[in-house]
Design a protein around this ligand. Structure first.
Ligand code: C5P
Length: 397
Protein backbone atom coordinates (compact mmCIF):
# COMPACT_ATOMS: atom_id res chain seq x y z
CA UNK A 1 0.00 0.00 0.00
CA UNK A 2 2.98 2.32 0.39
CA UNK A 3 4.57 1.48 -2.94
CA UNK A 4 6.70 4.35 -4.22
CA UNK A 5 6.04 6.53 -1.19
CA UNK A 6 9.07 8.21 0.31
CA UNK A 7 8.95 8.69 4.04
CA UNK A 8 11.37 10.99 5.77
CA UNK A 9 11.68 9.37 9.19
CA UNK A 10 12.97 11.68 11.90
CA UNK A 11 14.07 9.66 14.90
CA UNK A 12 14.01 11.59 18.16
CA UNK A 13 16.19 10.85 21.17
CA UNK A 14 14.04 8.79 23.49
CA UNK A 15 14.12 5.27 24.86
CA UNK A 16 11.45 4.31 22.28
CA UNK A 17 13.87 5.15 19.43
CA UNK A 18 14.77 1.48 19.06
CA UNK A 19 11.22 0.80 17.88
CA UNK A 20 11.83 2.98 14.85
CA UNK A 21 14.10 0.18 13.61
CA UNK A 22 11.18 -2.23 13.41
CA UNK A 23 9.03 0.51 11.93
CA UNK A 24 11.53 1.07 9.10
CA UNK A 25 11.51 -2.62 8.23
CA UNK A 26 7.74 -2.74 8.10
CA UNK A 27 7.51 0.46 6.05
CA UNK A 28 9.94 -0.98 3.54
CA UNK A 29 8.06 -4.30 3.42
CA UNK A 30 5.07 -2.27 2.28
CA UNK A 31 7.02 -0.74 -0.55
CA UNK A 32 7.98 2.60 1.02
CA UNK A 33 11.41 4.21 0.69
CA UNK A 34 12.67 5.43 4.04
CA UNK A 35 15.07 8.36 4.41
CA UNK A 36 16.21 8.41 8.03
CA UNK A 37 17.27 11.46 10.01
CA UNK A 38 18.75 11.14 13.47
CA UNK A 39 18.81 13.89 16.06
CA UNK A 40 22.04 14.05 18.08
CA UNK A 41 20.14 12.70 21.11
CA UNK A 42 18.75 9.78 19.06
CA UNK A 43 22.31 8.62 18.45
CA UNK A 44 22.50 7.84 22.17
CA UNK A 45 19.77 5.24 21.66
CA UNK A 46 20.27 3.80 18.16
CA UNK A 47 23.40 3.75 16.06
CA UNK A 48 23.57 5.35 12.61
CA UNK A 49 24.86 2.03 11.31
CA UNK A 50 21.82 0.01 12.35
CA UNK A 51 19.46 2.76 11.15
CA UNK A 52 21.21 2.88 7.80
CA UNK A 53 21.12 -0.92 7.44
CA UNK A 54 17.40 -1.18 8.20
CA UNK A 55 16.44 1.82 6.10
CA UNK A 56 18.70 0.69 3.25
CA UNK A 57 19.57 4.36 2.96
CA UNK A 58 22.10 6.92 3.94
CA UNK A 59 21.41 8.38 7.38
CA UNK A 60 21.22 12.15 7.61
CA UNK A 61 22.58 13.56 10.85
CA UNK A 62 24.31 16.87 10.54
CA UNK A 63 22.92 20.19 9.40
CA UNK A 64 26.36 21.36 8.35
CA UNK A 65 27.45 18.25 6.50
CA UNK A 66 28.70 19.76 3.26
CA UNK A 67 28.57 16.49 1.34
CA UNK A 68 24.88 16.30 2.08
CA UNK A 69 24.41 19.87 0.95
CA UNK A 70 26.16 19.04 -2.30
CA UNK A 71 24.10 15.89 -2.80
CA UNK A 72 20.81 17.19 -1.56
CA UNK A 73 20.26 20.36 0.38
CA UNK A 74 18.13 20.27 3.49
CA UNK A 75 15.34 22.11 1.76
CA UNK A 76 15.17 19.51 -0.95
CA UNK A 77 15.56 16.63 1.52
CA UNK A 78 12.54 17.92 3.40
CA UNK A 79 10.44 18.27 0.28
CA UNK A 80 11.42 15.19 -1.67
CA UNK A 81 9.27 13.01 0.57
CA UNK A 82 5.57 12.21 0.66
CA UNK A 83 5.35 12.23 4.44
CA UNK A 84 7.58 13.41 7.27
CA UNK A 85 7.17 10.98 10.14
CA UNK A 86 8.64 11.85 13.54
CA UNK A 87 9.03 8.70 15.63
CA UNK A 88 9.54 8.87 18.49
CA UNK A 89 8.60 12.51 18.99
CA UNK A 90 10.11 13.46 22.34
CA UNK A 91 8.81 16.27 24.56
CA UNK A 92 11.84 18.32 23.59
CA UNK A 93 11.37 17.79 19.87
CA UNK A 94 7.68 18.64 20.12
CA UNK A 95 8.55 21.83 22.02
CA UNK A 96 11.10 22.88 19.41
CA UNK A 97 8.65 22.10 16.61
CA UNK A 98 5.90 24.11 18.30
CA UNK A 99 8.32 27.02 18.67
CA UNK A 100 9.48 26.84 15.07
CA UNK A 101 13.12 26.40 16.06
CA UNK A 102 15.67 25.26 13.52
CA UNK A 103 18.70 24.44 15.60
CA UNK A 104 19.55 21.03 14.16
CA UNK A 105 18.92 19.08 10.98
CA UNK A 106 15.63 17.53 12.18
CA UNK A 107 13.99 20.81 13.20
CA UNK A 108 15.35 22.62 10.15
CA UNK A 109 13.79 20.01 7.90
CA UNK A 110 10.51 20.25 9.79
CA UNK A 111 10.47 24.02 9.38
CA UNK A 112 11.46 23.92 5.71
CA UNK A 113 9.02 21.24 4.61
CA UNK A 114 5.76 21.65 2.75
CA UNK A 115 5.06 17.91 3.08
CA UNK A 116 2.46 16.58 5.56
CA UNK A 117 3.95 15.82 8.98
CA UNK A 118 2.91 13.04 11.36
CA UNK A 119 4.34 12.68 14.85
CA UNK A 120 4.33 9.66 17.15
CA UNK A 121 4.99 10.98 20.65
CA UNK A 122 6.61 8.90 23.37
CA UNK A 123 7.71 10.15 26.75
CA UNK A 124 7.30 9.75 30.47
CA UNK A 125 3.69 10.13 31.62
CA UNK A 126 4.43 13.26 33.72
CA UNK A 127 6.16 14.90 30.78
CA UNK A 128 3.23 14.04 28.52
CA UNK A 129 0.67 15.37 30.98
CA UNK A 130 2.63 18.55 31.71
CA UNK A 131 0.70 21.66 30.64
CA UNK A 132 3.67 22.77 28.52
CA UNK A 133 3.60 19.55 26.46
CA UNK A 134 -0.18 19.69 26.15
CA UNK A 135 0.13 23.32 24.98
CA UNK A 136 2.73 22.30 22.41
CA UNK A 137 0.52 19.41 21.30
CA UNK A 138 -2.42 21.76 20.74
CA UNK A 139 -0.16 24.13 18.78
CA UNK A 140 1.14 21.31 16.59
CA UNK A 141 -2.38 20.02 15.95
CA UNK A 142 -3.44 23.54 15.07
CA UNK A 143 -0.56 23.65 12.57
CA UNK A 144 -2.11 20.64 10.84
CA UNK A 145 0.31 18.04 12.16
CA UNK A 146 -1.18 14.57 12.57
CA UNK A 147 -0.60 12.89 15.93
CA UNK A 148 -0.53 9.12 16.49
CA UNK A 149 -0.87 8.03 20.13
CA UNK A 150 0.63 7.93 22.64
CA UNK A 151 -1.04 4.97 24.32
CA UNK A 152 -1.45 3.92 27.94
CA UNK A 153 0.85 1.34 29.37
CA UNK A 154 3.92 0.51 31.40
CA UNK A 155 6.83 2.82 30.68
CA UNK A 156 10.51 2.00 30.51
CA UNK A 157 10.96 4.22 33.60
CA UNK A 158 8.60 1.99 35.61
CA UNK A 159 5.64 4.37 35.63
CA UNK A 160 2.27 3.64 34.07
CA UNK A 161 -0.02 5.81 32.01
CA UNK A 162 -0.24 7.66 28.70
CA UNK A 163 3.07 8.33 27.04
CA UNK A 164 3.95 4.97 25.51
CA UNK A 165 4.79 4.91 21.83
CA UNK A 166 1.93 3.42 19.77
CA UNK A 167 2.51 -0.14 18.62
CA UNK A 168 4.25 -0.45 15.27
CA UNK A 169 1.18 -1.97 13.47
CA UNK A 170 -0.89 1.00 14.65
CA UNK A 171 1.70 3.47 13.39
CA UNK A 172 1.73 1.67 10.04
CA UNK A 173 -2.06 1.74 9.94
CA UNK A 174 -2.04 5.50 10.50
CA UNK A 175 0.55 5.98 7.75
CA UNK A 176 -1.42 3.78 5.36
CA UNK A 177 -4.67 5.53 6.22
CA UNK A 178 -2.93 8.85 5.48
CA UNK A 179 -2.20 7.67 1.95
CA UNK A 180 -5.39 5.71 1.42
CA UNK A 181 -7.20 7.21 -1.47
CA UNK A 182 -10.05 5.41 -3.07
CA UNK A 183 -13.75 5.61 -3.77
CA UNK A 184 -14.53 5.01 -0.09
CA UNK A 185 -12.28 7.74 1.30
CA UNK A 186 -14.13 9.62 4.02
CA UNK A 187 -16.66 6.80 4.52
CA UNK A 188 -17.07 4.96 7.81
CA UNK A 189 -18.00 1.31 7.46
CA UNK A 190 -18.80 -1.10 10.26
CA UNK A 191 -17.88 -4.76 9.73
CA UNK A 192 -18.71 -7.60 12.11
CA UNK A 193 -16.82 -10.86 11.81
CA UNK A 194 -16.00 -14.18 13.41
CA UNK A 195 -17.99 -16.41 15.73
CA UNK A 196 -19.27 -15.51 19.15
CA UNK A 197 -18.55 -17.53 22.28
CA UNK A 198 -21.42 -18.00 24.65
CA UNK A 199 -20.25 -19.10 28.09
CA UNK A 200 -21.60 -22.19 29.83
CA UNK A 201 -19.40 -21.58 32.85
CA UNK A 202 -16.09 -19.70 33.31
CA UNK A 203 -14.13 -22.31 31.32
CA UNK A 204 -16.62 -23.71 28.80
CA UNK A 205 -18.48 -22.07 25.96
CA UNK A 206 -20.63 -22.73 22.93
CA UNK A 207 -19.16 -21.62 19.63
CA UNK A 208 -19.44 -22.25 15.90
CA UNK A 209 -17.04 -23.05 13.07
CA UNK A 210 -16.71 -19.52 11.66
CA UNK A 211 -13.01 -18.70 11.13
CA UNK A 212 -13.57 -14.98 10.55
CA UNK A 213 -11.76 -15.28 7.20
CA UNK A 214 -14.50 -13.76 5.03
CA UNK A 215 -15.28 -10.88 7.40
CA UNK A 216 -11.57 -10.10 7.76
CA UNK A 217 -11.15 -10.08 3.98
CA UNK A 218 -14.14 -7.75 3.60
CA UNK A 219 -12.72 -5.32 6.17
CA UNK A 220 -9.33 -5.33 4.40
CA UNK A 221 -10.94 -4.78 0.98
CA UNK A 222 -12.99 -1.83 2.27
CA UNK A 223 -9.88 -0.36 3.89
CA UNK A 224 -8.03 -0.73 0.58
CA UNK A 225 -10.70 1.38 -1.10
CA UNK A 226 -10.04 4.10 1.46
CA UNK A 227 -12.82 3.49 4.01
CA UNK A 228 -12.38 4.01 7.72
CA UNK A 229 -13.37 0.60 9.04
CA UNK A 230 -14.56 -0.33 12.52
CA UNK A 231 -14.05 -4.07 12.77
CA UNK A 232 -16.04 -5.74 15.53
CA UNK A 233 -14.79 -9.28 15.83
CA UNK A 234 -15.56 -12.32 17.91
CA UNK A 235 -12.77 -14.79 18.78
CA UNK A 236 -11.68 -15.55 15.21
CA UNK A 237 -8.95 -17.88 13.96
CA UNK A 238 -7.44 -15.38 11.56
CA UNK A 239 -5.82 -12.19 12.87
CA UNK A 240 -7.66 -8.92 12.24
CA UNK A 241 -6.46 -6.76 9.35
CA UNK A 242 -4.14 -3.85 10.04
CA UNK A 243 -5.27 -0.34 9.39
CA UNK A 244 -8.75 -0.82 10.81
CA UNK A 245 -10.12 -0.05 14.24
CA UNK A 246 -10.45 -3.42 15.95
CA UNK A 247 -13.03 -3.99 18.68
CA UNK A 248 -12.62 -7.51 20.07
CA UNK A 249 -15.66 -9.07 21.73
CA UNK A 250 -16.68 -12.53 22.87
CA UNK A 251 -20.42 -12.81 23.22
CA UNK A 252 -23.34 -11.71 21.05
CA UNK A 253 -24.37 -9.29 23.80
CA UNK A 254 -20.94 -7.64 23.70
CA UNK A 255 -21.07 -7.56 19.91
CA UNK A 256 -24.39 -5.73 20.00
CA UNK A 257 -22.97 -3.14 22.43
CA UNK A 258 -19.85 -2.66 20.27
CA UNK A 259 -21.97 -2.27 17.13
CA UNK A 260 -24.17 0.34 18.83
CA UNK A 261 -21.08 2.21 19.98
CA UNK A 262 -19.63 2.18 16.45
CA UNK A 263 -22.67 3.81 14.82
CA UNK A 264 -23.24 6.04 12.91
CA UNK A 265 -21.72 4.51 9.79
CA UNK A 266 -22.28 4.92 6.07
CA UNK A 267 -22.56 1.16 5.63
CA UNK A 268 -22.59 -1.95 7.80
CA UNK A 269 -21.45 -5.38 6.69
CA UNK A 270 -22.49 -8.00 9.20
CA UNK A 271 -20.40 -11.06 8.42
CA UNK A 272 -20.23 -12.37 11.99
CA UNK A 273 -21.67 -15.78 12.74
CA UNK A 274 -23.54 -14.61 15.80
CA UNK A 275 -24.75 -17.40 18.05
CA UNK A 276 -28.54 -17.54 17.93
CA UNK A 277 -28.74 -18.61 21.54
CA UNK A 278 -26.81 -18.05 24.73
CA UNK A 279 -26.89 -20.25 27.80
CA UNK A 280 -29.52 -18.73 30.06
CA UNK A 281 -28.40 -20.67 33.11
CA UNK A 282 -24.63 -20.18 32.66
CA UNK A 283 -22.81 -20.91 35.88
CA UNK A 284 -20.56 -18.38 37.60
CA UNK A 285 -18.25 -21.17 38.76
CA UNK A 286 -16.99 -24.25 36.97
CA UNK A 287 -19.62 -26.97 36.77
CA UNK A 288 -18.53 -30.24 38.36
CA UNK A 289 -19.51 -33.86 37.86
CA UNK A 290 -21.34 -34.91 41.00
CA UNK A 291 -20.88 -38.66 40.52
CA UNK A 292 -24.60 -39.28 40.03
CA UNK A 293 -24.24 -39.77 36.28
CA UNK A 294 -26.66 -36.89 35.68
CA UNK A 295 -25.58 -34.37 33.05
CA UNK A 296 -26.45 -30.73 33.65
CA UNK A 297 -29.38 -29.38 31.67
CA UNK A 298 -28.53 -26.25 29.72
CA UNK A 299 -31.27 -23.74 29.11
CA UNK A 300 -31.04 -21.38 26.19
CA UNK A 301 -32.20 -17.83 25.62
CA UNK A 302 -32.33 -16.11 22.26
CA UNK A 303 -29.60 -13.61 21.50
CA UNK A 304 -30.37 -10.16 20.11
CA UNK A 305 -30.48 -10.11 16.31
CA UNK A 306 -27.86 -7.47 15.63
CA UNK A 307 -28.45 -7.30 11.88
CA UNK A 308 -32.19 -6.76 12.35
CA UNK A 309 -31.50 -4.20 15.06
CA UNK A 310 -29.14 -2.21 12.82
CA UNK A 311 -31.43 -2.54 9.77
CA UNK A 312 -34.48 -1.35 11.65
CA UNK A 313 -32.85 1.11 14.05
CA UNK A 314 -33.03 4.88 13.90
CA UNK A 315 -29.33 5.22 13.09
CA UNK A 316 -29.58 2.86 10.14
CA UNK A 317 -26.55 3.10 7.84
CA UNK A 318 -27.34 3.97 4.24
CA UNK A 319 -26.44 0.43 3.18
CA UNK A 320 -26.82 -2.64 5.40
CA UNK A 321 -25.41 -5.96 4.20
CA UNK A 322 -26.10 -9.24 5.96
CA UNK A 323 -24.62 -12.67 5.40
CA UNK A 324 -26.53 -15.91 5.29
CA UNK A 325 -24.90 -19.27 5.68
CA UNK A 326 -27.34 -21.88 4.46
CA UNK A 327 -27.13 -25.58 3.84
CA UNK A 328 -30.05 -25.93 1.41
CA UNK A 329 -32.26 -23.87 -0.87
CA UNK A 330 -29.82 -20.99 -0.48
CA UNK A 331 -31.51 -18.35 -2.62
CA UNK A 332 -35.00 -18.90 -1.29
CA UNK A 333 -33.93 -18.86 2.35
CA UNK A 334 -31.65 -15.87 1.88
CA UNK A 335 -34.30 -13.89 0.01
CA UNK A 336 -36.73 -14.49 2.86
CA UNK A 337 -34.02 -13.51 5.35
CA UNK A 338 -33.38 -10.22 3.54
CA UNK A 339 -37.05 -9.29 3.91
CA UNK A 340 -37.30 -10.49 7.51
CA UNK A 341 -34.23 -8.63 8.73
CA UNK A 342 -34.83 -5.48 6.73
CA UNK A 343 -31.29 -5.25 5.31
CA UNK A 344 -30.48 -4.10 1.75
CA UNK A 345 -28.35 -6.99 0.60
CA UNK A 346 -27.68 -10.54 1.71
CA UNK A 347 -24.48 -12.32 0.77
CA UNK A 348 -25.62 -15.93 0.83
CA UNK A 349 -23.50 -19.03 0.67
CA UNK A 350 -23.87 -22.75 0.84
CA UNK A 351 -21.98 -24.04 3.85
CA UNK A 352 -22.86 -27.73 3.46
CA UNK A 353 -19.83 -29.70 4.66
CA UNK A 354 -19.04 -30.97 1.14
CA UNK A 355 -18.50 -27.40 -0.15
CA UNK A 356 -15.50 -26.89 2.19
CA UNK A 357 -16.46 -23.22 2.42
CA UNK A 358 -16.79 -22.86 6.18
CA UNK A 359 -13.23 -22.44 7.43
CA UNK A 360 -11.84 -22.75 3.88
CA UNK A 361 -10.08 -20.31 1.55
CA UNK A 362 -12.79 -20.00 -1.08
CA UNK A 363 -16.37 -18.90 -1.26
CA UNK A 364 -19.19 -19.14 -3.79
CA UNK A 365 -21.85 -16.61 -2.96
CA UNK A 366 -25.18 -15.41 -4.22
CA UNK A 367 -25.78 -11.70 -3.79
CA UNK A 368 -29.42 -10.99 -2.99
CA UNK A 369 -30.56 -7.41 -3.53
CA UNK A 370 -33.89 -5.71 -4.17
CA UNK A 371 -33.31 -6.48 -7.85
CA UNK A 372 -32.96 -10.20 -7.37
CA UNK A 373 -30.28 -12.87 -6.98
CA UNK A 374 -26.84 -12.88 -8.62
CA UNK A 375 -24.68 -15.98 -8.52
CA UNK A 376 -20.99 -15.18 -8.24
CA UNK A 377 -18.39 -17.74 -9.31
CA UNK A 378 -16.36 -19.69 -6.80
CA UNK A 379 -13.55 -17.29 -5.83
CA UNK A 380 -11.01 -16.86 -3.07
CA UNK A 381 -12.47 -15.14 -0.02
CA UNK A 382 -10.16 -12.20 -0.75
CA UNK A 383 -11.50 -11.85 -4.29
CA UNK A 384 -15.10 -12.23 -3.11
CA UNK A 385 -14.38 -9.45 -0.61
CA UNK A 386 -12.87 -7.19 -3.30
CA UNK A 387 -15.95 -7.57 -5.49
CA UNK A 388 -18.24 -6.88 -2.59
CA UNK A 389 -16.23 -3.80 -1.57
CA UNK A 390 -16.44 -2.46 -5.11
CA UNK A 391 -20.19 -2.97 -5.15
CA UNK A 392 -20.46 -1.17 -1.82
CA UNK A 393 -18.40 1.73 -3.21
CA UNK A 394 -20.77 1.94 -6.20
CA UNK A 395 -23.81 1.87 -3.95
CA UNK A 396 -22.45 4.67 -1.75
CA UNK A 397 -21.22 6.80 -4.64
O1 C5P B 1 -30.38 -15.41 11.11
P1 C5P B 1 -29.07 -15.80 10.54
O2 C5P B 1 -28.04 -16.08 11.60
O3 C5P B 1 -29.09 -16.87 9.51
O4 C5P B 1 -28.62 -14.49 9.75
C1 C5P B 1 -27.30 -14.25 9.41
C2 C5P B 1 -27.05 -12.79 9.37
O5 C5P B 1 -27.60 -12.17 10.51
C3 C5P B 1 -25.58 -12.46 9.41
O6 C5P B 1 -25.37 -11.25 8.72
C4 C5P B 1 -25.31 -12.30 10.89
O7 C5P B 1 -24.20 -11.47 11.14
C5 C5P B 1 -26.60 -11.67 11.37
N1 C5P B 1 -26.99 -12.02 12.73
C6 C5P B 1 -26.98 -11.05 13.70
N2 C5P B 1 -27.38 -11.34 14.98
C7 C5P B 1 -27.82 -12.57 15.30
C8 C5P B 1 -27.86 -13.57 14.31
C9 C5P B 1 -27.41 -13.25 13.05
O8 C5P B 1 -26.58 -9.93 13.42
N3 C5P B 1 -28.20 -12.82 16.53
Amino acid sequence: MLTDKTILLIIGGGIAAFRSLELMRRLRERGARVTPVLTPAAEQFVTPLSVSALAASKVYRDLFDLTDEAEMGHIELSRASDLVLVCPATANLMARMAQGQADDLATTLLLATDTPVMIVPAMNVRMWEHPATQRNLATLRGDGIKVVGPVDGAMACGEFGPGRLSEVPDILAAVEAHFADGPLKGRHILVTSGPTHEPIDPVRYIANRSSGAQGTAVAAALRDLGARVTFVTGPAEVPPPEGVEVVAVETAGQMRDAVEAALPADAAVMAAAVADWRVANASGSKMKKDGSGNAPALEFAENPDILAMVSQGDRRPHLVVGFAAETDDVTAHATAKRARKGCDWIVANDVSPDTGIMGGQENAVTLITAEGAEDWPRLSKAETARRLAERIAEALA
